[in-house]
Ligand binder design. Structure first.
Ligand code: FE
Ligand code: FE
Ligand code: ZN
Length: 279
């Protein structure tokens, strides 16, 4: 079954977000479980949580993907930043734990004035602080565009992080099509080659989700500017090849394109039209 959905807002509550998913024809979705630019936690009502669980089960929706907020930097060693990062990620993981199949996605972080290697070690130590034995929700490192000192642009960097994490059984990767494209991986001209490289360096068993976005930039610009489906340089044909690729087609796809609900509904419809039920 084609799993396609988009990024949604919790501003009206959890169950209301589930209804938004249904209204756009999504059977998976992603959201921030707090204000994406702040550190404050949102308290959800017990009934709201139950209502969302029921809606997910009744409509066969999932896996849901929780995206970390932007205030964190797991690559930092600065005490204040480190404290906020750990507190926020721990709370988010606790929230994810309410939903058995929820996954948690985060940006690996920026090494700033340190070296990439130090950044990688800091990310791993943050993860070693957070991940206890028995961690059952998947935690996903997002592939990044490599803007500034952003880590996670290369598959090698992601592998290096995973290798330093003790309980890494449920540590995986979310591949963002805009980011890898901006990062220099030619998923339009050589999708097979890029996936072979991913498999060789990280292993396809670690690939758990796709952020499906078009890109405003040409290959390798390290910019990270998402475009609507078919309106960027990856293009409709390239994105169609991605959703139908034998090693990707069973993964959940989450749109993070610049859209409100009607735009998402339209893109989901277009992509459902492009998806081949059998190869
Ligand atoms: Fe992201
Ligand atoms: Fe993304
Ligand atoms: Zn992005």
């Amino acid at each position: 079954m084609f799993k396609i959905g988009c990024h949604l807002s919790i501003s009206k509550g959890l169950a209301a977000m589930g209804r938004d998913a249904l209204s756009v024809g999504a059977n998976v979705f992603q959201f921030f479980c707090r204000n994406p630019r702040g550190r404050g936690q949102v308290k959800f009502g017990v009934q709201d949580i139950e209502d969302l669980k029921e809606l997910l089960a009744a409509n066969d929706i999932g896996p849901i993907l929780i995206h970390s907020p932007f205030v964190i930097n797991p690559a930092s060693v600065e005490p204040q930043v480190l404290e906020t990062t750990r507190e926020v990620m721990q709370q988010d993981l606790e929230f994810a734990g309410i939903f058995p199949h929820a996954m948690y996605n985060f940006h690996p972080g920026n090494y700033l004035k340190r070296t990439p290697q130090e950044g990688i070690e800091n990310i791993a130590s943050t993860l070693n602080f957070l991940i206890k034995p028995g961690q059952s929700n998947w935690i996903l490192l997002e592939t990044m565009a490599g803007k500034g000192t952003e880590l996670g642009r290369t598959f090698e960097e992601l592998r290096a992080i995973i290798d330093l994490v003790e309980y890494s059984e449920h540590l995986g990767v979310c591949l963002d099509t805009c980011h890898v494209w901006d990062g220099g991986y030619d998923i339009v001209g050589d999708l097979d080659g890029v996936l072979r490289e991913f498999d060789g360096v990280i292993g396809l068993d670690k690939l758990k989700a796709i952020h499906l976005n078009d890109s405003l930039n040409v290959l390798g610009k390290h910019k990270d500017r998402h475009a609507k489906i078919g309106e960027g340089n990856i293009g409709l044909e390239g994105l169609g090849n991605i959703i139908n690729h034998p090693v990707l087609r069973d993964l959940p796809f989450y749109l993070e394109t610049p859209n409100e609900l009607p735009g998402y509904a339209q893109e989901i419809e277009v992509l459902r039209g492009l998806f081949k039920e059998s190869l």
